[in-house]
Design a protein around this ligand. Structure first.
Ligand code: ADP
Ligand code: MN
Length: 267
């Protein structure tokens, strides 16, 4: 139940506020009580700072809880719906998986190699990628702010329910959706200078028959050594999904050429 979870989050915040007026001893006791299984103290502090600065007015319940991140529905200063993606700083497997994407990225040369540094860079990366994509005219959640491992962005959906992904619901008009997705992949590549890198039915939402790309933390710049490989994989995923729906999909090599303007170099 959304409201109940929202109240719980609210109580947590109020508890944090009370902590300012408490003695150290009392504070410690409260902290132990408040210690959540999912978030460490640093993350809770960052969240509290976003609330006290007014970036967020309220945090409601969790929208999706994954192994690597949790997405919350929140309210912005003007009563607007926001999505808050909190990257877990605790999963070491996840951090290893991130490295290939960060290492080839010229924007992140000086990233701290410790666990938190990598996760913070990951959140930053998603913010910048969403920004680039939005500027290129690709439909994505507009990023609002990134603070350590917390990314705040536009909420895609209504009344606190996220829009469906293609995985959750097949589009009513697959051909139109297929074409729109390809156009956005090309736009993202040519105008945004990015390859999504994890494009599939899981990371494409359907808003009134139009695609919205999400989950761009692993997206890479075109000069990334594996950019072409990732693009080919993205296009392959999209093709596979729409082929199953009976769409007459375009052949991969020509699609790759159409998106990039060059041949795929097969190693
Ligand atoms: P993960 O790395 O866990 O796959 P995603 O960015 O794909 O993270 O988000 C997971 C889920 O959270 C999505 O499938 C979607 O249901 C929800 N979600 C993510 N971003 C938003 C958003 N901006 N607005 C609404 N829901 C979102
Ligand atoms: Mn995802």
């Amino acid at each position: 139940m959304r409201v109940e979870i929202g109240q719980k989050a609210q109580m947590r915040v109020e508890r944090k506020q009370r902590q300012h007026e408490m003695t150290r001893q009392e504070r410690r006791e409260e902290q132990y009580q408040a210690l959540e299984e999912v978030f460490d103290r640093a993350t809770l502090m960052t969240l509290y700072q976003l609330l006290s600065r007014g970036v967020l007015r309220r945090v409601y319940g969790v929208v999706r809880a994954g192994k690597e991140s949790r997405v919350y529905h929140a309210e912005g200063p003007k009563g607007d719906d926001l999505a808050v993606k909190i990257f877990l700083t605790t999963s070491s497997e996840f951090r290893r998986g991130m490295l290939p994407y960060i290492q080839g990225d010229t924007r992140f040369k000086a990233v701290r190699r410790d666990s938190k540094g990598i996760v913070y860079a990951w959140a930053q990366k998603e913010f910048k990628n969403l920004e680039k994509a939005a500027l290129a005219g690709v439909r994505v959640p507009k990023p609002v702010i990134v603070e350590k491992n917390i990314l705040v962005m536009e909420f895609i959906g209504e009344d606190g329910s996220p829009a469906v992904t293609l995985k959750e619901e097949t589009p009513r008009n697959p051909v139109t959706m297929y074409k729109s997705i390809l156009t956005d992949v090309q736009r993202l590549y040519r105008k945004g200078g990015l390859v999504h890198g994890d494009l599939s039915e899981y990371n494409i939402m359907n808003v009134n028959g139009r695609p919205v790309f999400i989950d761009m933390s692993q997206s890479v710049l075109l000069d990334h050594p594996r950019a072409d490989e990732f693009l080919e994989r993205d296009l392959g995923n999209v093709n596979r999904y729409f082929f199953k729906l009976g769409v007459n999909v375009r052949e991969l090599d020509s699609l790759f050429r159409w998106v990039t303007g060059h041949e795929r170099e097969h190693p």
